[in-house]
Design a binder for this molecule. Structure first.
Ligand code: NAP
Ligand code: HSE
Length: 428
């Protein structure tokens, strides 16, 4: 039997403790599958005395994750601390320079420094694996880099943040406002320590940036994502969208177009009967489209101890078996610096606005939309107690430039009260 693969685990929180548990509980299974033992040599966290629900007494302890990364008895540095810079990045770089492979769940670090880290790893003949960084337990990195390696990927999309999907689902099912459900989710511990990472769409955008890089062979480009969070999604829009046969999701989408790489993470409407429309609660779903395979839908737990540790172990087992792929599926030097598409591909849009309830108001709005080249597909006006009538419009497929021109023209009609809401509709 080959020598054991020796892990050094930095970070013993939700994910790190989960990884230690799997290594301890599944020693025989892992050894049989890898053809060698997988063992832990040393661990690191901030507090040595904290009870983590698992016996750590057999492992050496390091206060400093960089020292852990440099230990002679560590073959693979498992980074599970988090944070785009700081100790996670310092220890990852130190590990690679010291000749260790790295496994990480850190999407923020990869989204911001992925290209530089991939180059560093290749200069040192080492690999960085990160199945757990995107969609928790769903093996989407493996699906893209291995299962779909013979395809040109045409599109990647999905729901990549469980907390946002929980909030949007709960708003609809309980008829609660965003603020009420946010407070509830925070109280239940569903949100990141900095909730803005979740509700601002940043965590999901980190994941999308990583998927885009693998899918399109481009350098990871977080800054190129058109990003909008869920903070402005109202219960009125959720109910109105439902009435028109849609659900609102924080949807990530990436595709290579003639205008460049289009990446967006924003609240969108999807058909209520579609797989994405039926995705409720904290679950994630990734839709991949390839030129030969067609559409693949992957669904599962996007977070939590078990699912995320399961994904970390997938990378550990690859390394134990001698499977060594380049970080983003191809050598870092071959990843192109893609130009960001300046605008979104044409799509139908949902518009909600309040109109003066007086003769000719609707006609003025229809004319403003028509003059901008936006065609109305469906329209609905609701009962109302005051002089302001709630109106919903679903447009035919329109360019984002035409939509912006139409929205800009609405105030001049003199009949629209307040700012209209405009959300993209994705046909999936
Ligand atoms: P966590 O529960 O907050 O745990 C973080 C761990 O890192 C803690 O054990 C902490 O030590 C340790 N740590 C922080 N700073 C350190 C430092 N300077 N030196 C040594 N140890 C340090 O975080 P987590 O939820 O397990 O997440 C870990 C990583 O997985 C992050 O990159 C996260 O984005 C990613 N991830 C998490 C999930 C999930 O469901 N939780 C899902 C996918 C990806 P103490 O315990 O002593 O404070
Ligand atoms: N905050 C993230 C989520 C955790 O809600 O999906 C997993 O990355």
């Amino acid at each position: 039997m080959a020598d054991p693969l020796r892990l050094g685990i930095a970070g013993l929180g939700t994910v790190g403790a989960g990884v230690v548990k799997i290594v301890r509980q599944k020693a025989n299974l892992l050894g049989a599958r890898a053809g060698r033992e997988v063992v832990i040599s040393a661990v690191s966290a901030r507090s040595k005395s904290k009870d983590r629900g698992v016996n750590l007494s057999a492992y050496a302890w390091e206060d400093d994750p960089v020292k852990l990364a440099l230990r002679d008895d560590v073959d693979v540095f498992v980074e599970l601390m988090g944070g785009e810079d700081g100790p996670a990045k310092a220890a990852t770089e130190a590990a690679i320079k010291a000749g260790k492979d790295v496994v990480t769940a850190n999407k923020a670090m990869l989204a911001m420094h992925g290209q530089a880290l991939a180059e560093l790893a290749e200069e040192n003949n080492k690999v960085i694996r990160f199945e757990a960084a995107v969609a928790g337990g769903i093996p989407v990195i493996k699906a893209l880099t291995e299962g779909l390696a013979g395809n040109s990927i045409t599109r990647v999309m999905g729901v990549m943040n469980g907390s946002c999907n929980y909030i949007l689902t709960r708003m609809q099912s309980a008829g609660l406002t965003y603020e009420e459900v946010f407070a509830e989710a925070d109280g239940l511990g569903y949100l990141e320590a900095d909730p803005q990472l979740d509700v601002g769409g940043i965590d999901a955008a980190h994941k999308l940036a990583i998927l885009s890089s693998i899918a399109f062979g481009t350098q990871v480009n977080f800054a190129g994502i058109a990003l909008e969070g869920i903070e402005n999604v109202t219960i009125e829009d959720i109910n109105a969208a439902a009435d028109m046969g849609f659900k609102i999701k924080l949807l990530g989408s990436a595709q290579m177009t003639g205008r460049g790489l289009e990446q967006s993470m924003a609240p969108c409407l999807v058909p209520a009967t579609s797989p994405l429309g039926q995705l409720d609660g904290g679950t994630n779903m990734i839709v991949l489209e390839g030129d030969h395979v067609g559409q693949i839908v992957l669904r599962g737990a996007g977070a939590g101890e078990g699912p995320t540790a399961s994904a970390v172990m997938s990378d550990v087992m690859d390394l134990a078996r001698g499977i060594r792929l380049p970080t983003f599926g191809q050598p870092a030097a071959t990843l192109e610096k893609a130009k960001a598409a300046g605008s979104a591909a044409p799509a139908p849009y949902y518009l909600r606005m309040a109109l003066d309830d007086k003769p000719g108001a609707l006609a003025k709005v229809a004319t403003a939309l028509g003059d901008a080249g936006v065609s109305i597909d469906r329209m609905r006006q609701y009962d109302h107690a005051d002089a302001s009538a709630p109106v919903l419009i679903v447009t035919h497929t329109t360019s984002s430039e035409a939509l912006v021109a139409a929205l800009d023209a609405l105030p001049a009609t003199g009949v629209v009260n307040g700012a209209p809401v405009a959300l993209r509709i994705e046909q999936v």
